[in-house]
Design a protein around this ligand. Structure first.
Ligand code: MN
Length: 250
């Protein structure tokens, strides 16, 4: 089996090293193609108006060979699957992101969209996130990633489905979840540059979320690893019938 490993924090990020160290124990071939720089929260960016480069790189240990891509996380996956790699890829694994990717985070996440790019190209994907600041803190997420990746390789995933794994510190087990609802606390900070012109910076406290049982937000805040199956169909199926009435009433 052949695993394509990527992330959105850049090829030198500790979470990528932690994930590689754990997955290599499965005994499969792993190719790493990750962004040259931190590409967190770029969403599903696709670079169409400038050339992209892939260069030799190493992971945070300074020795493990990898490839760095000048584009977005999804660009790297697309290039890898559509010609850069001569061999077939069986699974795309993205992470480990140092912050959870829950609920509406998925629309921003470069970690998750890298795995989505795999699914678009017909290769199943797994995205892995945790809450970590030091290399050792990635261990629980790396361990759960190993178990889920092993299952995906041996049993496969339904066509078009990717998995979003979030692992808190010291998880008591794993829950299968649905997307919950984030509450963001961002504000536009307005300051003045040295020439007297305003500039803006989006920031604020860490996002929280609604504690709805069965959701990804609920699971990680109650000490469970969260595994959510994702589909790229964003249709609001519950709104289809109502929309017909809405249009007909015009
Ligand atoms: Mn990131």
């Amino acid at each position: 089996m052949h695993i394509l490993l990527t992330n959105d924090d850049g090829v030198a990020a500790p979470g990528l090293l932690a994930l590689w160290r754990e997955l290599i124990t499965l005994g499969h071939t792993i190719t790493i193609v990750a962004p040259a720089n931190n590409m967190s929260a770029v969403g599903h960016r696709k670079t169409l108006h400038k050339p992209l480069r892939i260069d030799p790189a190493v992971l945070a240990d300074g020795t493990t060979p990898a490839w760095s891509c000048s584009g977005s996380p999804a660009d790297g996956v697309a290039l890898a699957l559509k010609g850069f790699l001569p061999d077939t890829v069986d699974l795309v694994v993205s992470g480990i992101n140092p912050n959870f990717n829950l609920a509406q985070d998925l629309t921003y996440s470069g970690t998750v969209t890298a795995a989505m790019e795999g699914v678009i190209a017909g290769v199943p994907g797994v995205a892995v996130s945790t809450q970590a600041r030091a290399l050792a803190e990635y261990a629980p997420a790396a361990g759960w990633a190993r178990r889920i990746v092993s299952l995906c390789l041996s049993r496969g995933l339904p066509t078009g489905v990717l998995l979003n794994l979030n692992v808190p510190k010291a998880p008591q087990g794993l829950k299968i979840t649905r997307q919950g609802r984030r509450i963001y606390h961002d504000v536009a900070v307005i300051r003045e540059d040295p020439r007297g012109r305003p500039y803006y910076w989006i920031g604020g406290d860490e996002p929280t979320g609604e504690a709805i049982e069965g959701t990804d937000v609920w699971a990680v805040t109650h000490g469970w690893a969260s595994l959510t199956p994702l589909d790229l169909d964003l249709t609001a199926h519950h709104a289809l019938a109502g929309l017909q009435g809405f249009v007909d009433a015009a």
